[in-house]
Design a binder for this molecule. Structure first.
Ligand code: ATP
Ligand code: MG
Ligand code: MG
Ligand code: MG
Length: 576
């Protein structure tokens, strides 16, 4: 491929609405282009990455015995009425009408359609097990689309559905998928963790999420470094004892923090994970006396980021500040949350936001809070009195770093992750309401036992970038890079030797099946290198007259600090 033929459109500036590295860099590298909130064009450079993700997913799914099909994006409402999801699902489900005013939905996932296929096509136990999958466009009208491809409204998902005779067989199908997912995620070259997830009322324990480890991840994952235990926070909390944590009271400490600290900075400085809290906001007042009592009417808000993006918005709006530290008065907070004036007790707001302040105080231990002095923060803050509303906090289940692991094998650690895959045993959740049956060996109809398995195909590249980038741009793992090698000739228009050598190398690499791009745009070296560092191509070969005279090319991996001179014939060795 030649750069002059391809579409390369890099930008100096990130879009104003981009908060995380992947969104900024994918836009700046010309990989995606926004069309509307949560709706993006996959530009040629980005699509190459997506296609590589798909190819790996497809290969491993096929290897695991799944069969590919493509189900419609637009689906008649009738099927969704059979399971009740047409009414139950809420605004995330996009409902549309055709010219005859018949109801349709745009698929957020496809259990109904695939179950309908199964009840028509899979008539006998002899046809089981069966696993059908598609790699297809999905639409979810997310409450808060953000972070570019990470949480889009339109996105690509690989969704697979297994059909089995009985529970034991369904569990085997689940295990096959769980293993296939490990094979898939191993191939992407990312650090990830498979964690136990909540499977809801049905399905017992058979639900796992595949989480790419990244500080910007929206999910908290709880794991034990000394054992296999790993779960998402929801699941970990469900296992933890209820009620406020016993007050492992430490003395409050005043700790200096950097002037313009973000939540992450402070948490790191204090050696406290961001998820220490109840996914919440911590408030503290402007005055703290020697005994650690808290008084006063001005509050620092330190937002300890949790799973609930909405809280961040509320606090952000409230304070109008961009960094992790927010400043607001009690009155503002009361007004914002609609709390009775003069009463800021522990309030169990929707989504479990709890606010604790100075007037009515809660038994809550070891908060981190601002000290109302620029550059200082407090650890181990405790409020002393009884809870005015014990019921409001009865369901608090905090899991914090250092808690004993449920398997008794060590202490828990917490890190953040991005959910890129999810495997789930469904049982008869869909086959029952849709009366999807097959004839079993005894000649009697039986409900299918099902499982469903998703991978966020367009979220994966964003997750890869969150984990692999630097100040210059993206650093793709080879497996999903848009191009594996870029050949950068210097002065190609002036030097016939450079031109010939560049074209020869390009053709040889291409013939060897390596994804190579020749940058024949005639850009100056600085601009050309900046582009490729931004786009994140892992291997770069520079060809110049000066080098050719010595019989040398310059090779540089995207992670290398400097280039290495390589005899022209030996470039291949560096690409393995
Ligand atoms: P999340 O918790 O992030 O909202 P989910 O649990 O709702 O995701 P699933 O229904 O499990 O998502 O869908 C399977 C996979 O599809 C997810 O693991 C994720 O990788 C991907 N996915 C879900 N929602 C989105 C989205 N809005 N944008 C991009 N990918 C998504
Ligand atoms: Mg979701
Ligand atoms: Mg989820
Ligand atoms: Mg999920």
């Amino acid at each position: 491929m030649r750069a002059s033929q391809f579409l390369i459109s890099t930008l100096k500036e990130a879009p104003a609405d981009a908060e995380v590295a992947s969104h900024k860099l994918m836009t700046r590298a010309g990989m995606i282009k926004k069309l509307g909130a949560g709706i993006y064009t996959y530009m040629p450079m980005g699509l190459r990455v997506i296609r590589k993700v798909e190819a790996i997913v497809r290969e491993e799914m096929n290897r695991a015995g799944a069969v590919e099909c493509t189900m419609p994006v637009v689906q008649p409402a009738e099927l969704w009425q059979e399971t009740g999801r047409f009414d139950k699902m809420g605004p995330e489900l996009l409902r549309i009408q055709d010219r005859h005013e018949r109801d349709f939905i745009v698929q957020p996932t496809s259990e109904e359609v695939v179950t309908d296929i199964a009840r028509q096509e899979l008539r006998s136990y002899k046809q089981l097990p069966k696993n059908l999958y598609q790699i297809q466009t999905k639409f979810r009208d997310e409450r808060r689309p953000r972070f570019g491809l990470m949480r889009g409204r339109e996105f690509i998902m690989k969704d697979a559905y297994s059909f089995d005779r009985d529970q034991a067989a369904a569990k085997r199908s689940y295990e096959v998928m769980s293993q296939a997912y490990r094979a898939i995620f191993d191939r992407f070259g990312l650090r990830y963790r498979a964690v136990a997830a909540d499977s809801g009322a049905i399905g017992g324990d058979l639900s796992e999420e595949f989480q790419v480890i990244a500080a910007t991840g929206e999910d908290a994952i709880v794991y034990c470094p000394d054992s296999e235990y790993a779960a998402n926070m929801e699941k970990a909390e469900a296992l933890a004892p209820a009620g406020p944590r016993p007050a492992a009271r430490q003395d409050m400490k005043k700790v200096p923090t950097p002037g313009k600290a973000t939540c992450e900075d402070v948490a790191q400085l204090l050696g406290v994970p961001l998820q220490t809290t109840v996914k919440s906001i911590v408030l503290a007042t402007d005055e703290v006396d020697d005994q650690g009592a808290i008084k006063g009417s001005k509050l620092w808000l330190l937002l300890l980021r949790g799973d609930h993006g909405m809280n961040e918005i509320k606090v952000g709006k409230l304070a109008g500040l961009e960094n992790g530290f927010r400043f607001a008065t009690v009155a503002e907070i009361e007004q914002h949350f609609g709390t009775k004036p003069g009463y800021l007790g522990p309030i169990a707001l929707r989504e479990k936001v709890r606010i604790v302040a100075d007037r009515e105080v809660a038994v809550m231990a070891d908060w981190i809070c601002g000290a109302n002095e620029e550059d200082y923060h407090l650890t181990g803050v405790n409020w002393g009195r009884d809870l005015p509303e014990p019921d409001a906090v009865a369901d608090i289940r905090n899991v914090v770093e250092g808690d004993p692991s449920p398997d008794g094998k060590g202490k828990l650690a917490i890190e953040r992750g991005i959910e890129v895959g999810h495997v789930f045993y469904l049982g008869t959740k869909y086959s029952k309401p849709m009366n999807a049956t097959f004839l079993d060996e005894d000649g009697k109809p039986k409900l299918f036992e099902m499982g469903c398995y998703g991978i966020g195909v367009t979220r994966l590249p964003a997750a890869a970038i969150e984990q692999n980038h630097d100040e210059r741009g993206i650093i793709w793992p080879d497996a999903i890079a848009p191009f594996t090698v870029v050949v950068c000739p210097i002065g190609m228009d002036r030097s016939a030797d450079v031109k010939a050598a560049a074209e020869k190398l390009h053709d040889e690499l291409a013939a060897a099946g390596i994804d190579v791009l020749l940058d024949d745009r005639g850009e100056r070296p600085g601009a050309m290198f900046a582009d490729w560092e931004l786009i994140g191509v892992p291997h770069r070969v520079v060809i110049s007259d000066r080098g050719l005279k010595e019989g040398q090319l310059e090779y540089q991996h995207r992670r290398d600090a400097a280039a290495t001179k390589v005899p022209a014939g030996e470039v291949f060795g560096f690409l393995k």
